[in-house]
Design a protein around this ligand. Structure first.
Ligand code: 173
Length: 487
């Protein structure tokens, strides 16, 4: 039952527990995600479906003010679409019966729980990666090719793994890296990560495409808590300048410019889950392209013409340290040094962009000897992310010369499954592992870690690149030898 403008107007003095009504009739054909998904929610409360996948200013920006009909009494609105859905009822049952938080002992446990309790489309969005997902798997697999060469008989009674990143002190050598659309996993979104990061004195990188507004995420900060901004560069440089200056004015202590996403990768799990979304059949037979999904639609502002020539401009508009996020070869690290930025993140975007991009840990092992040889390794921060799940993984990167390690999906999974408590436990588990492993390696502080403590020779050998479950093997029709002729 659609809400009438006149009905809404009667309640113009309503307060906070009231929702808002919009007339999107004329906008329907222009919706980048297709009409079907809007029609599915017509006359119902669409807040929970809308919020996670639309930046907070979307309605203000794309829907004329005359279509903002005003507040509406939620008690008179039909239930959310999906509440009568048996799959959803089963999911809620699984959520209610999920393991106790105390039964999660490592970051993989959160992933396993999240997979069972998250909404299907949200899980598909977070977990998916580009093409055959080779790089996503390689990210973690590569860490299995680095082994320790521990020292013994070192006094490790006291272990200190606090460190400094871009000049800011933090309690551990990992940070919460930027990931988009936090409300897909938790109704409160990224501020949950902010609160957990605060209680652990861990740095948080705020994503451009957060579900919460930038100011909400900054407002959730307390005391001297450190935040950085991850930036997708807008084609409209005035918009970009405004975002950067605002972040600086609000106290962000680093600007991480994403350089690995001139176009968003194709993540097929994500695309398929959108395609089978209940609303999509409304468009059956029409030529509307829903396969792009929300992520591609909301990323259309990203400037694919961004180049090295733009770096001086960024340096001119901000005093924040600038870090290029998504660098994938030593030649480009050297270029970044020349360009006068303060660091790089060796990253392939969690395997979500170029499939067969090498792991960050491999690029790190390629990079650091060159930087050291040229005396460029001091005062230039080299971060790495992708596939890190254990403190031992993080320690391997630190031994090879990384300043810090970004953790993305695992904190999203912990948040999706258990909220703030989950993220805090995930951070604590990493710290517990860190303390133990530092002792066992024979290092009392981060400054004691060095390349001699690892054997990384296997890192560059991609000897078994095809997983047994690869699509190519699933669809492969084996060759056959000629059969015997019948009698
Ligand atoms: O990896 C991503 O999904 C990502 O960076 C992104 C980019 C644009 C919109 C949504 C997500």
């Amino acid at each position: 039952m659609a809400l009438k403008g006149s009905q809404v107007a009667e309640h113009a003095d309503a307060e906070s527990c009231w929702g808002k009504a919009y007339d999107v009739t004329e906008f329907l054909p222009d919706h980048p995600g297709g009409q079907g998904v809007i029609l599915k929610y017509a006359g119902r409360d669409a807040t929970r479906a809308f919020d996670p996948v639309h930046p907070p200013d979307t309605l203000g920006k794309y829907l004329d003010a005359s279509k903002h009909l005003g507040p509406v009494d939620m008690a008179t609105v039909a239930a959310e679409a999906g509440e009568d859905d048996p799959d959803e009822a089963e999911r809620r049952e699984r959520l209610a019966r999920r393991p106790l938080l105390s039964q999660c002992y490592n970051l993989f446990d959160f992933e396993a729980v999240a997979r069972r309790v998250m909404k299907r489309a949200a899980w598909a969005y977070y977990s998916s990666a580009a093409d055959d997902e080779m790089t996503m798997r390689e990210n973690h697999g590569a860490l299995h090719r680095v082994w320790f060469r521990p020292r013994v008989l070192v006094d490790v009674e006291k272990v200190d793994f606090s460190t400094t990143m871009l000049g800011a002190k933090c309690s551990a050598p990992f940070y919460v890296t930027a990931t988009a659309l936090g409300k897909l996993g938790h109704p409160e979104g990224e501020v949950v990560l902010t609160r957990a990061a605060r209680s652990h004195d861990v740095i948080q990188m705020i994503p451009t495409l957060a579900s919460c507004s930038f100011d909400d995420i900054v407002d959730a900060r307390r005391g001297g808590q450190v935040q950085w901004l991850q930036l997708y560069v807008n084609k409209d440089r005035d918009v970009t300048r405004r975002i950067v200056r605002h972040a600086e004015a609000r106290g962000c202590r680093g600007l991480f410019i994403t350089v690995d996403a001139p176009q968003l990768g194709r993540r097929e799990k994500d695309m398929r889950s959108k395609f089978t979304d209940g609303g999509s059949h409304v468009q059956a037979g029409q030529d509307t392209d829903t396969s792009q999904g929300a992520a591609r639609a909301i990323s259309s502002f990203i400037d694919p013409s961004l180049s090295w020539a733009d770096v001086p401009w960024f340096r001119s508009i901000t005093a924040m340290p600038i870090v290029l996020k998504g660098v994938q070869r030593v030649e480009d690290v050297l270029r970044a040094v020349d360009a006068g930025v303060q660091g790089v993140v060796l990253s392939n975007h969690g395997g979500r962009q170029l499939d067969f991009a090498r792991s960050g840990i491999e690029v790190l092992a390629e990079t650091m000897p060159v930087l050291r040889e040229r005396g460029l390794d001091r005062g230039f921060d080299v971060f790495v992310d992708g596939g890190f799940r254990r403190a031992s993984d993080i320690l391997k990167a630190l031994c090879l010369g990384a300043t810090g390690v970004g953790i993305g999906r695992p904190f999203l999974y912990a948040m999706s499954a258990y909220g703030q408590d989950g993220v805090e436990r995930a951070m604590q588990l990493l710290k517990d592992e860190m303390e133990m492993n530092m002792r066992l390696i024979g290092c009392a502080s981060v400054g004691d870690l060095h390349p001699g403590l690892v054997d990384a020779r296997g890192l560059f050998v991609h000897s078994n690149p095809t997983p047994v479950d690869a699509l190519s093997s699933t669809v492969y029709d084996p060759l056959v030898v000629p059969p015997q002729r019948p009698k």
